[in-house]
Design a protein around this ligand. Sequence first.
Ligand SMILES: Cc1cc2nc3c(=O)[nH]c(=O)nc-3n(C[C@H](O)[C@H](O)[C@H](O)COP(=O)(O)OP(=O)(O)OC[C@H]3O[C@@H](n4cnc5c(N)ncnc54)[C@H](O)[C@@H]3O)c2cc1C
Length: 357
Amino acid sequence: MAALTPDTLASLTTLRVGGAARELFSPLTRAELVTTALEVWATGEDWFALGGGSNVVVADSGFDGSVIRILTRGIERLPSLVDGRVTLRVQAGEPWDDLVAFTVSEGLAGLEALSGIPGSCGAAPVQNIGAYGTELSASLTAIDFLDYESGEVHVLLANELGLGYRTSVIKRGRGGIVLSLNVELTDATGQSAPVAYEQLAGALSVPLGSRLPLAEVRASVMALRRSKGMVLDVSDADSVSVGSFFTNPIVSEKFARFLPWDAPRFAVEPGAGPGLGSDSVKLSAAWLIERAGIRRGFALPGSRAAVSGKHSLALTNRGGATASEIYQLARFIQERVRNEFGVTLSPEPMYLGVDLG
Ligand SMILES: Cc1cc2nc3c(=O)[nH]c(=O)nc-3n(C[C@H](O)[C@H](O)[C@H](O)COP(=O)(O)OP(=O)(O)OC[C@H]3O[C@@H](n4cnc5c(N)ncnc54)[C@H](O)[C@@H]3O)c2cc1C
């Protein structure tokens, strides 16, 4: 497949920063995607799989390698093996929220709390997307994975993916491309999965654990997300971001004892991720940032990158910002939080074209 050289990758990402790739491939079918990837890999040069660009920060100098866009579409219902359960196979380039909207319209429960997350289905397992008390791992059963090492397509079961809080073996470096995913959902006559997040339960005025019509849960999640600038919206400057820029830090209980008494602490569920023991505690990155004195809307002098006016975890491009301005702001925040609390915030997005460690 012929490659194009775009002016920049900025227009293919939600943060809208970054320079050009050496080559850009846009295969449209699954067969073309496999052929393109194998051809690119055979060159031995650097490559990158790009979905919706909603979790990547591209360096101003661009990327000296090949970018393969993931654009394959399709949602297919597989024959059901278990009563009341439905498996969907979804091609990697399907927009995630189109899948959620489809499941809600079909009366299938399991993904509704993940409404409004931007990006593609193929990227969803990469960081095990999550929101409002639900993670993809609760519904994902398997992926078709074009493996970089073998050049073959493997079916990987969800329990082989090392899924944890915003992580997977792919995020941790296993090379390859997610071609499609299988999600198993509940056919519960249009009722949602139990509401598992206090803020969402509050917005719906129901106790935690309630089941409600799927469309009601979806609408409530969308409204909450909108109020935080967490839905892509051309009229909302606070949504020009990669979503949360930092993950919630996980520390030992012993360490957490030395933090201020009112620092929010959340239990880490067993199996939440590799290397996490029962004495681990999840902290709120947003709380740490605010308590370190960084307010919503904060920007360094003269910079066009700013903390979102609606959410202290999102770094936004206020118009014409460079990747360097985003990095500077991210580093400033990391340093302030480290100095104040001794906690190092880890960036959630992938950096492309620059290694910031
Ligand atoms: C406004 C906003 C709100 C957000 N809210 C949330 C949220 O609530 N929860 C959450 O978890 N995330 C959230 N995000 C982050 C982001 O939307 C998700 O991480 C999403 O899954 C990224 O999808 P993408 O297709 O845009 O991936 P990209 O940004 O294109 O890529 C991200 C990573 O996945 C890899 N990748 C992409 N496609 C494939 C593939 N097919 N095979 C292998 N690797 C692949 C890329 O190489 C890269 O490493 C938010 C982002 C924004 C902008």
